[in-house]
Structure formats: C-alpha cells, structure tokens
Design a protein around this ligand. Sequence first.
Ligand code: ATP
Ligand code: MG
Length: 362
Amino acid sequence: MLVTAIEARPLRSLDRVRVELAPGIVSVIGPNGTGKTNLIEALYFALTGRSFRTSDRRDLIPFGGSLARAEATVRDEDGIEHQLLAAVSRSEGRRHLIDGSPADPATIARARPPVAVFAPDRLTLVKGPPAERRAHLDGFIAARWPARAELRKRFGQAVAQRNALLSRLAAGYGSPADLGIWDSGMAEAAAPLVEARAEAVADLATAFNEAATELGLDEGALEYAPRAAGSTEEIRAGLEERREQDIRLGRSSWGPHLDELKLNSAGRSLRRFGSQGQQRAALLALLFAERQALLEARRVVPLLLLDDVMSELDPGRRERLVNRLGDGGQVLITAADEESVPVAALETVVRMPPPQTESAAP
Ligand SMILES: Nc1ncnc2c1ncn2[C@@H]1O[C@H](COP(=O)(O)OP(=O)(O)OP(=O)(O)O)[C@@H](O)[C@H]1O
Ligand SMILES: [Mg+2]
C-alpha cells in the first residue's frame, strides 16, 4: 500500500495544491511558514480524518473560508488506486469518503497504510499522562493485528458499564450482587487486551533499544507495566477482591485502564527525568520500532511523517536516522533547508511553497 499523491484544496494556507509522492523518502523543503507542516497535516487528515495538531478540525479551514478538504491517492497491493477524502465544513460538519462514498472508520483503516507522526509537540506522548501511551500502544496493536483492533473499544465499554453500576452503588442505589456480571464482563475484555499489549511490547522492545542507542539514548528500554495480569479468571477474582473499595470510590480502581507503557533510559523514567533531547530520541525510537515491526509483518507499508526532526539532531544522528529509514517504508520529512537533510534523503524533494495546480477539481 502506497500513498501516491496528496491534494489540499484547500487546507489552512494551502489552496489547490497537489503533490505526487514517491515510494521511500520524500523530503519537503521550504522556508518557515510555507506550508510544510500543513502539507503533512493534509495527508494525515485525508488518511485518518483527524489532525495531529488540533482536536478541533475546523482549525484546518483557511482563514475566512468555510471548508477544508484533503484527498490522498492510495495504491493497494493489487495496484488499484483509491481516493480517500476528508473534509470539514463550518455548516455541514465533517466527512470521510473512499472513492466518493462514506465509509466507517474500520473500512477506512483497512484502505490506508498505518500512519505515524513525529512532530516537536508530540513529545507529550513521552511526557504526558499514561492514557496517551495506552492509546498509542493500542493503535499499534490495531495496525499490527487488525483482528485485535476492537479490543480497546470492547474493554472501554466493559469498564464503563462496571463504573456506571459502581457509581450507582456509591450513591446508595442498586445491589452489589449485580456486580458479578460486570466483573466477568470486564475481566473477559481485559485479559485479551493485556495479552495483546504484552505481546506488542515484547515485539517492540529490542528494536526500541537499538533505535534508541543509535539516536544516542543510553540503555533505552520499553516496558509494559500492567495493573492487572493473568487469565480472565484471575482478573475476575482480582476485581471481586477490590469490590468494596471500588464501591466506596464509585469506580474501578484496578485494571488495564490504568496500565502504563514505560519509556526508560538507564533504568530511569524518561517521562519524569528525561531531557527534551532524550524524550525526542525515545519518541523517534518508539515510532521506528513500530515501523520495523509492521514492515517485518509484511502486511502493509507504514507511512511515517517526520515534521522538523532534522533541526533538532546533530549531523551524525541525522545520518543514522536516514539510514534507518531506507528500509522500504514510506516517509515524508520536512525541513526548512536542504543543508540539514542528509544526501540520502534528497532523492525526491518537494519544494515549498508549491505551485498551485490548475488541474485540481474545484
Ligand atoms: N487555518 C489557516 N488558514 C490559513 N492559514 C493558516 C491557517 N493555519 C495556519 N496558517 C498559516 O499557514 C502558514 C504555513 O504554516 P506551516 O505550519 O505549514 O508552515 P511550515 O512551512 O511548517 O513552517 P515552519 O518551518 O516554521 O515549521 C503559516 O503562515 C500559518 O500562519
Ligand atoms: Mg512546520
């Protein structure tokens, strides 16, 4: 699966811009403020229906405009091209279409490559609360094993149901005996999720350590710290044990909704003690490890968007990063100047600002 073109028409500062993408590394180069980040945001938006910069998609609408739209062309394994179009409008809300027809998120996810983003402000994944890392890990699980994509949602529903009863019990309504069924439901949803997370981290740990070392991080380690582990029965028993406490609190105080994905260097938490540069290296190492795992699984070609990563690295690390990217996956790298991009990444260059295309549909 390969993205062969991206069109923004319009999106933020980009008006009717079409860029053809090659396999491998594409470097997007241009001075500050010329729309480099907007271009990769347009690509991310077309593929996922979301932005990695903002939770309010209406920010993508050009100043004074009423609509933002981005379209990606994706070529599948059989060489057939599909159009993925995402749009957000002030009056009509948002749409996400494949070949002109609305599609549900699961169908869209199957029609596009898994996409990961590095941007300087994405360091919150390393620095921020555990919930972000859990969501990220579950996203990797969905990309690596599509059959497990629903585990996160299913568990979320189970814990919400148990919590609803707990909050009623805490308020003095209902009967504690009813918790039995929700304990079982939550345990049944928890066990396969915990197993998938453990497998995913085992899958990533070595590659993470290698990539981290290459990027100058000392003894980088990725570690899964589950709150509840074991079989469905063991987790169910654990929930039963905590019932009284949970009724008092009015919520579930134990389970995979409290898991942590730890990123460490030399045995210390990078979240708590890492420098900015170390946290950046850890984020890159995590994205690289995921990419490598997806490439090795050979099901899909992952797409990596690296926004402004070069300016933050010394020349040696830039070279090593680009060498690592020559692995058969697709990558877009943005940079303000060519000098900061190793030659190996300059085979395909997109200059910003791009010329406006006349051919783009209105
Ligand atoms: N909704 C919007 N409508 C129109 N223009 C916008 C909108 N949001 C942002 N912009 C403008 O888009 C321009 C390009 O922004 P972008 O972040 O893509 O630049 P860039 O090339 O990545 O720059 P840098 O090298 O500084 O990261 C900026 O001038 C910004 O003010
Ligand atoms: Mg930028």
